[in-house]
Structures are given as structure tokens and as C-alpha cells.
Design a protein around this ligand. Structure first.
Ligand code: FES
Length: 225
């Protein structure tokens, strides 16, 4: 496991506060836990803080520790243990799956697009400071390989040119469509379904049409007529 440290002091912002809306969310989240167990809210709070700021800062950890009445080191341990927490600015983080199914279906081309348009090295901010990318293990969308994740959204059925356009649109702040980039709606076969295509399966017309089949009689015992 790699060593994970907070960003150096000169990169840290002077302070942190949840927005009014997020502060309400934090209040409701802490209230979900029984008295004395408020520290259980530490991961959701770090996650919400990261959603707000894009990464986990030193002042954010201090603020969360204060709100949960936890020692700073306990919150720091959580933030540095889980790799889902970004410990330095990442901009728009593009997570490219390169596990076997995605690799077999062309994740090299997806990575090449990231190398070309974001940065030659993963986990490094682009020159404009807006984006970074990283390789990740299977994200559970193998049937739509190759794919990548940005925030909570999956972008699937990619190739090199589609990824290049996606990066350009994300960088420009244009709306982008999550999900399959081809004609698929979800994970049905490319070109459309080839089984269970009979419309009557779905329109209710066969309800009551067929009588239940009677079970076969039990086998006769030896000597039984
Ligand atoms: S291998 Fe890429 S999502 Fe599973």
C-alpha cells in the first residue's frame, strides 16, 4: 500500500466551511447515529467535503474533527487510509478502468486519449489545472467496456475519439451524457436484444391465457396395477 500524505502546507487553503446546504445535510447525517456514535459520520462528511472542494484539505479535516468531537489524528487516519479521498487538487478526475474486460475492449485507446489531452502521467494535474486522470480496477460495468468514471457518473462503450470529445466537453463545462456512448440504452446486446423479444411477454395479453399444467402422476410402486 502506498504512503498517502496530505498536500504540503503551501497548497492548503486557509480555512474550510461546509456551504449552508451541505451544513444542513451534515446535521441530518450526524443525527442518524445514536448518541455517542456520531463519529460514524466521519466518512460521509469527508465525502461531502470532497464533493464540495474537490479534495480533502487540512482545514476540512480539522473542521470535521471539531464537529464530531474526534481527535484530528483519527480523522486524518480515515482520510489517508481510503484511496477514494483525494489528498491534493485533482480537478475533474477521470478514472479509467483498465482491468481485463475493459482492456480487451480497448481501454488502451481511452488511456491514450487521457495521456494526450490531460497529462502524459496519471495522477497529475493538466497544464490548465482543470483535469487529471488515473487507472482504476474494475468498476463493475464490464458489460459496457471500456468505460471510465467521473464523479458519480459512468461513461461506457468508449473508444479513443469518443473519449477525446468527452474530455474536451468536460473541460469546457459542456453537458455530457452519462451511460453508453453507442446506441445501447443499458447493457443489452449491441444491435438490440435477440431473446425475449415477443411483445406479448410485456403487454399483459398472456395473463390467464394458459392453464397450469397438471403435474405427472407419481410412479407406480412394484406390483401396483
Ligand atoms: S473490467 Fe472495466 S468495468 Fe469491469
Amino acid at each position: 500500500m502506498s504512503v498517502r500524505r496530505l498536500a504540503p502546507p503551501d497548497m492548503q487553503p486557509p480555512s474550510f466551511a461546509f456551504t449552508a446546504e451541505n451544513a444542513e445535510w451534515v446535521k441530518a447525517t450526524i443525527a442518524k447515529y445514536p448518541a455517542g456514535r456520531q463519529a460514524s459520520a466521519v466518512i460521509p462528511m469527508l465525502w461531502k467535503g470532497q464533493e464540495q472542494e474537490g479534495w480533502v484539505t487540512h482545514p476540512m479535516i480539522e473542521s470535521i474533527a471539531r464537529q464530531l468531537d474526534m481527535p484530528f489524528i483519527r480523522v486524518l487516519e480515515v482520510a489517508t487510509f481510503y484511496t477514494m479521498f483525494n489528498l491534493e487538487p485533482v480537478g475533474i478526475l477521470v478514472q479509467v478502468c483498465t482491468t481485463s474486460p475493459c482492456w480487451l475492449r480497448g481501454s488502451d485507446a481511452v488511456m491514450d486519449a487521457c495521456k494526450k489531452h490531460i497529462h502524459p502521467h496519471q495522477k497529475t494535474l493538466s497544464a490548465d489545472g482543470k483535469m487529471s486522470w488515473m487507472e482504476v480496477e474494475c468498476l463493475g460495468a464490464c458489460v459496457n467496456a471500456p468505460m471510465l468514471q467521473v464523479g458519480s457518473d459512468f461513461y461506457e462503450d468508449l473508444d479513443g475519439p469518443i473519449t477525446e470529445k468527452l474530455i474536451a466537453d468536460l473541460r469546457a463545462g459542456k453537458p455530457v451524457k452519462a451511460g453508453p456512448a453507442n446506441a445501447r440504452h443499458s447493457s443489452e446486446p449491441e444491435g438490440g436484444a435477440i431473446t425475449l423479444t415477443e411483445p406479448s411477454l410485456y403487454d399483459g395479453s398472456i395473463i390467464g391465457k394458459y392453464k397450469p399444467v397438471a403435474p405427472p402422476p407419481p410412479p407406480k410402486k412394484p406390483g401396483e396395477a
